[in-house]
Ligand binder design. Structure first.
Ligand SMILES: Cc1cc2nc3c(=O)[nH]c(=O)nc-3n(C[C@H](O)[C@H](O)[C@H](O)COP(=O)(O)OP(=O)(O)OC[C@H]3O[C@@H](n4cnc5c(N)ncnc54)[C@H](O)[C@@H]3O)c2cc1C
Length: 501
């Protein structure tokens, strides 16, 4: 599938739209734009390749937690997924193919880091400063992701570590792991994928676990060649499967709403999995969470618990408190000699770094405006930041379903907004402050009683400054599309275009 649409000049520095980031969100928007013949856009990507999350997270064992036939673009199904939950490199390959086939590559400026973006009211444009000079756009779209910037733990003495230390999202493929004493810090979604792989190669593996996770079985298997052929011949089968996976995911949301029956069901599933896989009562106790199920991300794995039961593996049910040379010292005082330290400590999610770089009409940054946490009208636009749209930003994260579904709903919204601007000859759209506050108040109401706020755990879904849910969408995924799958002009102040603009 090649496109006949025109492409921007390789030297162009101006476009109607500039998109920051070439992960699922930036690529999805770019593909939809090209599909409908819009070619006046550029994508600025700081790295050398597309893929975002799936380019950066190339640690051993990386895979998606949502079935691939759902965790992919609805408008670009892939009959060749090898498994129900595909490995990371396969998703990265899919995204590369999407970018290439849709003719997106000439739009992308790789190695181009957005250092600052400033709204220029007099010319009604965004000026985007990068390491490769300035770019200008009428509309700026950030697609920089929730999980693009790794969070390093503040562990005293980390700099003094005598071995190799790296974050799971910046895997050091040169580091020798075989026969080494490896420490993994963390017990979240990345850690439970890394740990079984490290257990295979390490002479000793120590896992520093601040809090235990609920882990449920992973219903994974390989697709047969016959199934793949069938998917290719009859795409309806893929659509049906996608729909089945989607509604299974939606069913799981009932737990997050704190409905006792569903909570109990999820808890039984997770604790039953633990009981079946871990026979040692001491280890099992350490792995039993002390908060309500669903409050943190529910993890899926079949090989995490068995890995922890291996003789070369120690689970330290305690955070890493400090490092002294080659010693990793846990908060409970236990000290371990280590050669390699893997930090599976998550990402800067509630205070996204891009927000420090975007300056609105009053001259202050989005980060300053969000001093009590992220917020946006319809989860996409912010008062004081005209012609800025944020994809996969405030209140768009999901713990129970595919983020790609949310991104697609936002892309639909955005395309309608762009059409509205064109049809109504509007130069500038700015979210109304009251509409934004009303939207946020309504979201806050929806969040009440959910496990994230009432489940007794500290999670990255909640902003510590306000205690509000700012990252995650507090409802079913289909409710996001119902609410935000269409543009709402009544929530914006339009400024008409004049002949000179
Ligand atoms: C290990 C892992 C597994 C995951 N598994 C799942 C899953 O199973 N299901 C699910 O729904 N979600 C999952 N997620 C969440 C995942 O992040 C999203 O599903 C999705 O990939 C986000 O896409 P995105 O385009 O919004 O962001 P990203 O993929 O993070 O892409 C953002 C892009 O913006 C670029 N960028 C950032 N700042 C700048 C700048 N200043 N200038 C230029 N470029 C910039 C980055 O380099 C990056 O390429 C997972 C995340 C991780 C880390």
């Amino acid at each position: 599938m090649t496109s006949s649409h025109s492409t921007p000049d390789s030297a162009s520095r101006q476009a109607r739209l500039i998109i920051i980031g070439a992960g699922f969100a930036g690529l999805g928007l770019g593909m939809r734009l090209r599909q409908r013949g819009d070619t006046d856009f550029l994508v600025l990507e700081r790295a050398a390749d597309v893929g975002g999350t799936w380019r950066d997270n190339d640690y051993p064992g990386c895979a998606c937690d949502v079935p691939s036939h759902l965790y992919s673009f609805s408008f670009r199904p892939n009959p060749n997924w090898s498994r129900v939950f595909s490995p990371g490199p396969e998703i990265q390959q899919y995204l590369r193919e999407c970018a290439r086939e849709s003719g997106l590559l000439p739009h992308i400026r790789f190695g181009t880091d957005m250092l600052a973006a400033r709204w220029q009211a007099e010319c009604r444009r965004w000026v985007i400063e990068t390491n490769h000079g300035d770019f200008e756009a009428e509309v700026l779209i950030t697609a920089t992701g929730h999980l693009a910037d790794e969070r390093l733990p503040e562990v005293p003495g980390l700099d003094s570590f005598t071995g190799e230390v790296f974050h799971s999202a910046r895997w050091n493929h040169q580091a020798e792991l075989k026969g080494k004493r490896i420490g993994v810090v963390g017990s979240g979604a990345s850690a439970i994928q890394v740990v079984p792989q490290m257990a295979e190669v390490a002479s000793e593996l120590v896992v520093f676990q601040r809090s235990a996770a609920y882990v449920i079985p992973r219903a994974d298997r390989a697709y047969t060649a016959a199934e793949q052929r069938l998917f290719a011949r009859d795409p309806e089968r893929m659509h049906a499967l996608r729909s089945e996976f989607f509604w299974n995911g939606e069913y799981n949301f009932a737990q997050r709403r704190n409905v006792p029956r569903y909570l109990q069901e999820a808890k039984d599933l997770a604790l039953g999995h633990l009981a079946r896989q871990v026979s040692d009562p001491v280890l099992r106790q350490k792995l039993t969470p002390d908060y309500e199920v669903g409050c943190k991300r529910l993890l899926i794995s079949n090989d995490y618990f068995p890995a922890l039961s291996r003789p070369n593996v120690t689970l330290e049910a305690s955070a890493l408190a400090r490092v002294e040379g080659s010693q990793g010292v846990a908060a409970n005082g236990a000290s371990h000699t280590l050669d390699v330290l893997v930090l599976a400590t998550g990402f800067e999610a509630t205070r996204p770094p891009f927000a420090k770089r975007v300056f609105g009409s009053a001259g202050h940054s989005l980060d300053a405006q969000w001093d009590q946490g992220m917020q946006a009208f319809d989860s996409i636009a912010v008062n004081g930041f005209p012609n800025l749209f944020i994809l996969n930003g405030p209140n768009t994260g999901l713990g129970h379903n595919s983020v790609v579904y949310i991104i697609e709903a936002q892309v639909d919204y955005l395309l309608e907004a762009l059409d509205h601007m064109r049809q109504q000859q509007i130069a500038v759209l700015e979210a109304d402050a009251q509409a934004e506050d009303a939207y946020m108040d309504a979201l806050h109401q929806r969040s009440q009683g959910t496990v994230w706020l009432a489940g007794g755990c500290k999670s990255w879904y909640v902003d510590p400054r306000s205690g509000r849910l700012t990252l995650v969408w507090p409802d079913y995924a289909h409710a996001f599309r119902d609410a935000n799958g269409h543009f709402h002009p009544e929530g914006y102040h339009p400024t008409p275009a004049t002949p000179s603009t």
